[in-house]
Design a protein around this ligand. Structure first.
Ligand code: NCD
Length: 309
């Protein structure tokens, strides 16, 4: 196995080039193929993963931990780290990561502040993987999103992808849109103007050669797109609760809308959903979000194997 990723931090999706992303996706596919024959490996026997979560998580933490268990490694974990770790006593992220590097071979951290992963990585002497730094990035989510698109549609090149919802605060779309810039895709950004993808990101995508359309019209966008990636309005990022209330029901995708606009569309969502995808979508063949969540295990197995080496 190539070792170019061994020992590396993954703070932003731009820490990985296209070949490295492809390597991770291929390795993830191998783990998925082997799932029936081999549920447990010994590739990371004797290695320890530390998960350090200062913000709520279900999928990201549990899929990283499942991945490590399946690789034969061990897991140490702090959920509610803001309350239950020494952060409550004023320890910096940098110091905490340095200390945890003495116990673990890789650290996965989520924290509400942009830049927190970088801050921890400065202290860590083992690879640090950003599992979400506030409204910054969530690079391993982007990897599993790419994996899912490829799995559902058979390719990435030539697709038209719509991102809808809270594109301002949503870290998953910040990472995914950058990742998609490596492929020949068209991107339509659907949001209320107040929740648009930051202009710095849009500008960067265009500079990298991506065709980007911006609109607030979901119906038209859905008719054109192969894949619609729906996101939650990120309540916890709003300074003004009234603003959240005004925007929270901006878009709802339901079965009637899909049938009317584009019955073949693939619907994705990083989850958790609140009200932006009606439950009557769940049984449609194109509803990929639960498969997407499950894919997190294969992708994180690949990431851990390559990074821990
Ligand atoms: C996302 C996150 O935490 O950014 N969840 C996830 O990791 N699957 C999306 C969200 O919280 O809306």
């Amino acid at each position: 196995m190539p070792d170019s990723l061994a020992g590396r931090d993954i703070i932003t999706i731009d820490d990985l080039n296209k070949d490295e992303i492809q390597l991770i996706l291929n390795q993830a596919a191998r783990f998925e193929e082997l799932r029936q024959r081999r549920r447990k490996f010994d590739l990371l026997d004797g290695r320890v993963l530390a998960t350090l979560f200062y913000e709520p998580s279900t999928r990201t933490r549990l899929s990283f931990e499942t991945a490590m268990h399946r690789l034969g490694g061990d897991v140490i974990s702090v959920a509610e780290a803001a309350k239950s770790s020494s952060a409550a006593k004023g320890e910096t992220l940098t110091d905490a990561a340095r200390v945890i590097s003495g116990y673990a071979d890789v650290i996965v951290q989520r924290h509400p502040a942009v830049g927190s992963a970088q801050e921890a990585a400065a202290g860590a002497t083992v690879p640090l993987i950003n599992a979400g730094d506030g409204m910054g990035e969530h690079p391993t989510q982007a990897l599993l999103d790419l994996y899912t698109i490829q799995r559902e549609r058979g390719r990435l090149d030539g697709l038209w992808v719509g991102l809808v919802g809270d594109l301002k605060h949503g870290r998953t779309v910040h990472s995914l849109s950058r990742a998609l810039a490596h492929w020949d895709v068209r991107l339509t950004l659907v949001s209320p103007p107040a929740l648009a993808l930051p202009a710095t990101v849009t500008g960067e995508l265009r500079r990298r050669g991506l065709t980007v359309h911006e609109t607030d019209d979901l119906t038209t966008a859905m008719s054109a797109c192969d894949v619609l990636y729906v996101t939650r309005i990120q309540r916890e990022r709003f300074a003004d609760p009234a603003e959240y209330k005004r925007l929270r029901k901006s878009y709802v995708v339901d079965q009637a809308l899909i049938k009317h606009t584009n019955p073949n569309i693939t619907i994705m969502h990083p989850l958790p959903r609140v009200n932006e995808i009606a439950t009557d979508v769940d049984d449609l063949p194109g509803a990929a979000y639960f498969r997407q969540a499950a894919n997190g295990v294969w992708v994180r197995m690949a990431v851990l194997t390559l990074v821990v080496g």
